[in-house]
Write a protein that binds this ligand. Sequence first.
Ligand SMILES: [Zn+2]
Length: 413
Amino acid sequence: MPNLLEGTKQHKAAPGLPSSEIFDLRQGSFFIFPYKNDQTRTVRLERVIFRSSGIIGRGTMVIRVMCACCNCPPNRCDWKEKKLVLKMGFPSTTRISERMFMDRCKELAQGEHAWVLNHLPNIIWSFDIPFRDDSPQDNFKKKFVDDHEMRVGMRGVILEELKPLSSLKTAKERAQVFYDIVQCHHWVREYLRILHRDISQGNIMVREKNGKKYGVLNDWDLAIWLDDKRDGPTSQFRTGTKPYMAHEQHSSKWKGPHRYRHDLESIFYVMLLLVCLYSRPDEKLRRPRTEGDRYEEWHQRDDEFLYDKKHHAVTAAATWKPPVTAFFSGFVLWLITLQRSIRRGFYEFGDATQLGPKALNPEMHYVDEETLGGHLSYEKVISIVHLFEEEELETRGREWQLHLENLRQNRVD
Ligand SMILES: [Zn+2]
């Protein structure tokens, strides 16, 4: 158990680190934090990669760091070969740490399951620095943490650096990354009963390893254990990143629970926005082409607006066609097929926030609500996204390889 107070004191004394504003972390300054066996470790801060504008309690800031090697034996730094980032946040006391989720994944990802580690963040170290009355963190808390949740203090996580989606060069690479995300999401839910709950463009990253690229489902800060009974009606069920949240979550009538199909609906919106708003992986459209689908507004508007637009997107008639840019034209078929299936699900099962056919058909409660009667399930989504422009993408796990072989076999028979 690291000595946290010691860590805090050391932190205050860190050279170049302003004591009044913990987040005014300048490039080139040093950051000291608790490490193994009551030791501390020091990193040098490099570039800020991400800084959230909103709420404390989420992954608030991500900074590229390098080991300062203060305590490393000469020429034997165990972090030397790694590109690292420091993620800092202010999680609530009730929140399970991302590291605990990832440790469980690592334990289970052996043998034929080892593939999934390519698609999960690699947490090298994590630490908490508790709030104290006279600490700079406490000033920070008074200034920014205005909700009523208890916070553990500052939580820092040292992670292997990943690349953003914009680093990809082709539409097919992006398709593979989306397919990877679905497979990873399935594995973690199926084998560990963990639900991610915050699918967004920013949480889908890329890992390059031995010349190959892998989609990584990043940032498990809002994940939950599905079987944790404490996480009942009192826990926050309306979570996520607004432009990508499932449409039901924008309705005040929606009372949860957050199901895995809501995350699949989020993946649909991430795809939709990316391939309609970008003319190339790293180039945003200057002027969106159609007046009807102004997806750029999804990043600025409120729940009512988003509910309307998304409800339309997933329930519009069979003629629905997204304004996909030429570069991403291969995604048209994916989006249309996915939309048809989701639409059928809502039509047959009814929208939890509307009086749908469910209200008229009392037998409908036998339909699997988890997947809208199978219309928004892993099987359905994978049957659509394992092919891109008629080419097979890489299916990572043995389980889905067998599933797809069976599907092909049945088609041939
Ligand atoms: Zn070092």
